[in-house]
Design a protein around this ligand. Structure first.
Ligand SMILES: Nc1ncnc2c1ncn2[C@@H]1O[C@H](COP(=O)(O)OP(=O)(O)O)[C@@H](O)[C@H]1O
Ligand SMILES: [Mg+2]
Length: 353
């Protein structure tokens, strides 16, 4: 069942449309990521949901409660929205102990003393901070400080956690470990997560669904698998994983490059809408290209690198570099040799987007 709902939400800063007509719904207990390059509007969207930014158009709901509505001129302040929040910067109060940091929002809510003690200890326990309760957050590592921020957000028992690049200040090893800790906490507490990141592997590892954004506009909302296997456009394709793009022209029942014969599209037909365009783009992952002994699309092997388990090839096709990755035991050409490529899982896109 959907819980958070954004309807035609728009936000402008002067001339810049930071978020343009955004629509999505998030279910109870779902982990939903917003993924996209820096400046695409992720933080602005999260801040509108949190209530730190008003909206210039549209409506935001939590269940059947309105949070923001331009039409109705309504805006609920952040402290009444009851969301847990963790941001990239280690936003913990250095003059308070770890325990006091976590208990502080509960005191603001004027909860009973024994309830504050119970909830604070529970949050500290689940973030492995009980031993550090009396310390100053200043004495903790980056990972420790982010745990304090997480514990503080958990203690209010939110239905939704808003996380804005919470792991990006941590080193890679710790970042990976804390992904799993966040998932474990979610399982225990049952909150929904709205997770902002520019790191596609983080979004893939954590999420039930991913929203991919470009310049304030949604490009695709799907499961991680679907976003990877069926990217909606060239931008999504290029943003998720290693990608190859080759300009091709449509010929009778197939495609051709400058130097190739006509290649039939066989198992992967082109949409009729695209067939009306003469020039299109063939997109492919490095693992979805094979070597033929003849035919296919001709290229010249520029580089062959052994990377342990895999061999990475750079092939020149009509002046475009195509990356191919094969298992170390699979046959392939040597540097300098001509080769023949078989794009066995092509994706076709318009050249425009
Ligand atoms: N307070 C602000 N004043 C003016 N422009 C802003 C402000 N906050 C964000 N922007 C602009 O809005 C766009 C989206 O920014 P942001 O939401 O921070 O992107 P992201 O989090 O995806 O990196 C950018 O062009 C940014 O410069
Ligand atoms: Mg941001």
């Amino acid at each position: 069942m959907s819980y958070i709902k954004l309807l035609e939400v728009t936000k402008k800063f002067g001339e810049v449309i930071a978020v343009n007509n955004l629509n999505f719904e998030i279910g109870e207990g779902e982990c939903f990521s917003m993924l996209g390059p820096s400046g695409c509007g992720k933080t602005t969207t999260l801040r509108m949901i949190a209530g730190f930014e008003d909206i210039d158009g549209g409506e935001i709901y939590a269940g059947d409660k309105i949070l923001s509505s331009k039409k109705k001129g309504y805006y609920l302040p952040p402290e009444k929205r009851d969301f847990g929040m963790v941001f990239q910067a280690f936003a913990v109060w250095p003059h308070l102990s770890v325990y006091e940091n976590v208990a502080f929002p509960l005191k603001l809510k004027k909860l009973k003393k024994d309830e504050i003690v119970k909830r604070t200890n529970e949050a500290l326990k689940h973030t492995n901070l009980l031993d550090a309760a009396k310390k100053s957050p200043a004495d903790l590592s980056g990972g420790g400080k982010q745990r304090v921020a997480l514990a503080r957000a958990l203690a209010i028992n939110p239905k939704v956690m808003l996380l804005d690049e919470p792991l990006s200040s941590l080193d890679p090893h710790l970042r990976e470990e804390m992904r799993f800790e966040i998932k474990d906490l979610q399982k225990h507490y049952g909150f929904a997560i709205i997770y902002v990141t520019h790191d596609q592997s983080e979004a893939m590892a954590l999420s039930d669904r991913i929203l991919v954004m470009k310049l304030g506009v949604v490009q695709q909302i799907d499961s991680p698998l679907k976003v990877y296997n069926e990217p909606a456009n060239k931008f999504v394709f290029s943003f998720i994983g290693l990608s190859n793009f080759l300009n091709v022209s449509i010929a009778d029942n197939g495609i051709k490059t400058k130097d190739s014969g006509i290649i039939s599209y066989g198992k992967y037909p082109i949409d009729n809408a695209l067939k009306n365009q003469k020039d299109i783009v063939l997109a492919s992952r490095p693992s979805e290209i094979g070597f033929l002994s003849e035919g296919g699309i001709p290229g010249i092997t520029k580089r062959k690198s052994f990377l342990g388990e895999i061999i990475d090839y750079a092939i020149d096709v009509d002046g475009t570099e195509i990356r191919i990755q094969k298992g170390r035991k699979e046959p392939g050409p040597n540097a300098g040799e001509t080769c023949h490529l078989d794009f066995f899982h092509p994706h076709w896109y318009s050249r425009d987007n």
